[in-house]
Design a protein around this ligand. Structure first.
Ligand SMILES: NC(=O)c1ccc[n+]([C@@H]2O[C@H](COP(=O)([O-])OP(=O)(O)OC[C@H]3O[C@@H](n4cnc5c(N)ncnc54)[C@H](OP(=O)(O)O)[C@@H]3O)[C@@H](O)[C@H]2O)c1
Length: 270
């Protein structure tokens, strides 16, 4: 039991203080929440996003709440140059959180080769190339934790997010195989599958839906919440806490899993 006046975080040592982590797509939303949760555990975090100002503000905020030095790298992780810049800032991470922006919603009849290549690049190939860049170092050091932020769409496809349904399924298949090859070196790879979490992306997607249906954003958000099993959206910090646990010393026997964080909205026994 947590003694009065203390939080759970103060009582459970995740055993990762002083480890080094790269967190992609971390100036906002779920990536940011993962970076903050890791920094609170004493992990030295290197965060990346494409836009300088928001990234710098986030780095300052994380430093304030955790007391940890935060390295920020302005980088588009979907490009070779961006990944190189990130890896130069943190060449031998113990922890890697892969994440990038999700693809647009729409009808599959409107997507051509370009859109499909973009989705594959952002939501599959980028993650795989980042894993490839860091995994041999983790194997040599006999310690590594990789968490890929994917989507609940992997378990239960979203009708309007065909690009996400397809590209993330490819990443999931690849990770399922690789995770089993590296587990013997104390390197784990798992995927975290967000359901609906309160982030900018959720609002933007709901806005587009509201516009198409000629209803207000508030009405669309209320409808979406009502459709959730828990009757609420997830909080990014809840997602971040699970990510930190998957990166912890205690999670070394969790391998190749797809951990769904959706408040029970996916209705399946397994
Ligand atoms: N939120 C949800 O409910 C939900 C549900 C299912 C799946 N997901 C998926 O989870 C991931 C994170 O979602 P989110 O809601 O946290 O999104 P978000 O609020 O839009 O935040 C995305 C973050 O990633 C950065 N980013 C995007 N593309 C990047 C790139 N190419 N290189 C580097 N940084 C990049 C953004 O900063 P910059 O723009 O400055 O680069 C921002 O910091 C997405 O792939 C999303 O599709 C989210």
């Amino acid at each position: 039991m947590v003694p009065a006046g203390q939080s759970w975080e103060q009582n459970v040592d995740l055993g990762i203080a002083s480890k080094k982590a790269i967190i992609c797509g971390a100036s906002k939303g779920l990536g940011r929440a993962c970076a903050e949760a890791l920094a609170r555990e004493g992990v030295k975090v290197t965060i990346a996003a494409r836009h300088l100002q928001q990234l710098a503000e986030t780095a300052d905020d994380i430093k304030k709440v955790s007391g940890i030095r935060v390295t920020s790298v302005v980088a588009d992780v979907a490009t070779g140059e961006g990944r190189q810049a990130l890896l130069s800032a943190c060449p031998s991470p113990d922890i890697l959180i892969t994440n990038s922006g999700g693809p647009p919603a729409g009808d599959f009849r409107d997507w051509g080769e370009y859109e499909w290549h973009q989705a594959l690049q952002n939501n599959m190939v980028t993650h795989i190339l980042l894993i490839k860049a860091v995994i041999d170092g983790m194997i040599e050091r006999r310690w590594g934790r990789i968490v890929n932020i994917t989507s609940g769409a992997v378990k239960s496809p979203y009708p309007s997010l065909g690009l996400s349904n397809g590209a993330r399924a490819g990443l999931t298949g690849f990770v399922a195989g690789l995770a089993r090859q590296v587990a013997k070196h104390n390197v784990t790879i798992n995927n975290l599958l967000p359901g609906s979490h309160e982030t900018e992306r959720l609002v933007k997607l709901t806005e587009a839906d509201a516009k198409a249906r000629r209803i207000t954003l508030d009405a669309a958000l209320a409808e979406a919440k009502a459709a959730e099993t828990a009757k609420r959206f997830g909080k990014p910090e809840e997602f971040g806490a699970i990510c930190a646990f998957l990166c912890s010393e205690h999670a070394g026997y969790i391998v190749g899993q797809n951990v769904l964080v959706d408040g029970g909205t996916y209705s399946g026994t397994l």
